[in-house]
Structure formats: C-alpha cells, structure tokens
Design a protein. Sequence first.
Length: 199
Amino acid sequence: MKAFVESIRHGFAGLPRFAGRDSAGRFWPYAGAVIALFFIAAAATMIPIMSGTFSRMQSFAAEHPDQATVTRGPGSYSIEIHGNHPELMPDMTPFFTVMQVGCAVAVLLLAAAVTRRLHDRGRRGWWGLAPVPFLIIGLTLFPRLFQSTLSGQTTPGTLAMFGVMMANNLLYLASLALLVVLLTGAGQPGENRFGPPPR
C-alpha cells in the first residue's frame, strides 16, 4: 500500500517533468488514480441529472395518467411515457461540460507521466498524443449528435455526423489500444537516450 501511495504522490509531484523515465510500477497506480477521479466526477454529475429526470417523469405520470404507464413490482419501478415529450428529457449540458473539462484535465495530469513511461520503453513522448485528436473530435461532436437525436430532428446531416462519430470512435479506440500496449511493455534495460533506468 505504501508503494501504491508513493507512486501516486510521485505522479502528482512530476506533473511538470517531461524528462527522464518511469517504470510501469510507478506509472500505473498514478494513471489509475487519475482515471478513477475522472469517473467519480462524471458519476457525481450524472446522478443528479438522472434523478431530476426521473422526478419530472414521476410528476408527469401523476398529472397525466393517460400518457404514462407506471409499472411496480418487487424491487422494481418503471415509468413509460407515451408520445413525444422533450421537456422531460434530461439536460445533459452539465454532463458534457464535465466530460470535456474532465478529459482535458486528465490529459494534462497524465501527459508528463505518459511521456516518462514511453521514455522508459525507448519511445518519444509524442506517441502519447495519438488518441488526443480523436478524443477532441468525439467530445465536440457527441453533444451535438445527442441533442439532435433528442430533439427528434433526424436529418441527413445527423446521419452523416453519426457515421463520422463511428469512424472517429474506432480510430480513437485503435490509437488508445496502441498507446496502452506501448505503456504496458517492459522498460529497456540499462541507460537509453532518455536517461538511466528508473530507480
């Protein structure tokens, strides 16, 4: 446990340090902590949004029983709203904002650590940027696609945007998988062009 905490401390202390090398044992606890914090922030944003949506649906079902079907069972409760009622849909703007800001913060927090880990593998830190353009495109297009779909106004442009999103997501996953493979391999023994092996 002490080594785990020390690795996280080392990661935060090394935020501005892009030189040198880090072992996998130093990198992964820190990367895991940053990713966990990102998901906690996303969940903390999503829970009130969904809770508010469910509350609005309950009120609507009580006020318009002819337009809603409420099903109760042991340990279950569901509401089905009939017809198109966009006013009941969640406002996802706060969630998308947290996702965009959270991803930017996560990239900044991981940049130096990823660079040092890649150096340990004998690679330049620029390899760490491979998924970033696809991440930016996805975080820019997805809110637009979501709002367009939510409004029920599916146009040829919406379908084209969906195709672009699918292609972008595949490229993002492929570049992320490549980066993970590069980060997980064994470090080079002895000194390399980026310095001596990590302690």
